[in-house]
Design a protein around this ligand. Structure first.
Ligand SMILES: Nc1ncnc2c1ncn2[C@@H]1O[C@H](COP(=O)(O)OP(=O)(O)OP(=O)(O)O)[C@@H](O)[C@H]1O
Ligand SMILES: [Mg+2]
Length: 157
């Protein structure tokens, strides 16, 4: 995993309203055993920023599940965590196989994980339902054969 932090002006229309902080991660797909590092890192960063423990818990659970999904289902991807004044936005984008049926994928217990992945403790089919329940908003954009982008928001106030 590689990551970088930068600050950029947050614009509403063409007006710069305030700065937002962006954490960018490149997440590898090969190594299942070290998966989850980006969510561990983001937890530390949010703590240092003085974000409330409840918000940190929700962000790190949602981020962990999304990060693991990119590793086990999509051979890795990119994650951006954007901290603005009133919310934290997590954008997870990959060029994996895409999701054929989002409604089915969102069901508790649905999983296409292989036996190998299950033997490592993943594949209960609980990641996406948990991501939805731990965030205030979640959107999945996906195309079979092209990839998947999951955008989640957690309100700070
Ligand atoms: N980024 C992704 N790319 C392709 N398919 C995905 C992606 N994320 C989820 N899926 C599909 O949606 C299914 C459900 O995902 P979910 O996270 O709920 O369960 P899981 O990853 O299989 O198991 P668990 O999260 O409990 O370890 C997956 O089995 C997979 O088929
Ligand atoms: Mg999962």
């Amino acid at each position: 995993m590689r990551y970088l932090i930068f600050q950029r002006p947050y614009r509403r229309g063409n007006k710069s309203v305030s700065d937002e902080l962006v954490f960018h991660f490149d997440i590898d797909g090969e190594d299942f055993t070290s998966a989850g590092q980006a969510s561990v890192q983001i937890k530390k960063n949010l703590r240092a920023l003085g974000i409330s423990p409840e918000v940190i818990r929700r962000v790190s659970i949602a981020m962990y599940e999304g990060e693991i999904n990119m590793v086990i289902h999509a051979n890795g991807g990119k994650a951006d965590v954007i901290i603005s004044e009133d919310c934290i936005t997590i954008i997870l984008a990959d060029h994996g196989p895409g999701i054929k049926n989002i409604e089915q994928a969102m069901q508790e217990g649905f999983s296409t994980a292989t036996d190998n992945v299950r033997s490592l403790g993943f594949g209960a089919g609980m990641g996406l339902p948990n991501m939805k329940s731990y965030t205030d908003d979640m959107k999945i954009e996906t195309e079979v054969g092209v990839g998947t982008t999951v955008t989640m928001k957690v309100n700070i106030k």
